[in-house]
Design a protein around this ligand. Structure first.
Ligand SMILES: O=C([C@H](O)CO)[C@H](O)[C@H](O)COP(=O)(O)O
Length: 210
């Protein structure tokens, strides 16, 4: 099981500082959508150049022109790029093809997908590397969590890895880890913690079963 730190609400220099502080405990560092919107792909490049071993995920949430967008993110140093599960099949397929051509991975974000089971089966067959169930900020504000969706998607896919995101905190990560996803994504639970390094270590220990 891998741990990803999602960084959303900082500028790129602050994001690098946070990532370096917790890099020992995380497998993947995400440059979140708000950072990409505010500062563009140079934020991905700066993160890639600033880390030692962690992979860098560019949370582009691609919807169209997918092959091109993936190629750009890869050129700027992304190891994993995200696309939305509600995108057209042709977009998903070209994104997968472009990522794999470059030895990189594609994560499909299931935010706003209505029929999770059906779409997860289709994405699995298309060859998505990760299928991520995700309760976004706006539904978190309504009290929703991604646990039930995680169970649904896990029960139907055969080849893709399953990721889970949305409001996961050190206090709740154990209940998520118990479902055995391949990747747990924690954003504010680490980034907004009083001591982010301690929060990241705690999450790592739970994932490692310590
Ligand atoms: O993808 C995200 C969200 O849509 C804002 O861009 C977050 O990175 C994701 O939800 C993880 O962050 P937390 O919910 O704060 O754990």
């Amino acid at each position: 099981m891998k741990l990803q730190l999602a960084i959303d609400l900082l500028n790129k220099e602050e994001a690098v500082k946070l990532a370096q502080e917790v890099e020992d405990f995380v497998d993947i560092v995400e440059i979140g959508t708000p950072i990409v919107i505010n500062e563009g792909l140079p934020s991905v490049k700066l993160m890639r150049e600033s880390l030692n071993n962690a992979q860098v995920l560019a949370d582009l949430k691609i919807m169209d022109a997918a092959g091109y967008e993936v190629s750009q993110a890869v050129d700027f140093g992304a190891d994993i790029v995200t696309i939305l599960g509600v995108a057209e099949d042709s977009s998903i397929k070209s994104a997968i093809e472009e990522a794999h051509k470059n030895g990189k991975e594609l994560l499909v974000d299931m935010i706003a997908v209505q029929n999770l089971e059906k779409r997860a089966i289709e994405l699995d067959e298309m060859g998505a590397d990760y299928i991520a169930v995700h309760t976004g900020y706006d539904l978190q504000a309504e009290g929703q969590s991604p646990l039930e969706s995680l169970r649904t998607v896990k029960s139907v896919i055969k080849n893709s890895k399953v990721a889970v995101a949305g409001g996961i905190k050190p206090e709740t990560i154990k209940s998520v880890a118990d479902e055995n996803p391949d990747l747990i994504i924690v954003g504010g639970g680490i980034a907004n913690a009083e001591n982010p390094r301690e929060a990241a270590k705690y999450c790592r220990d739970v994932i490692d079963g310590k």
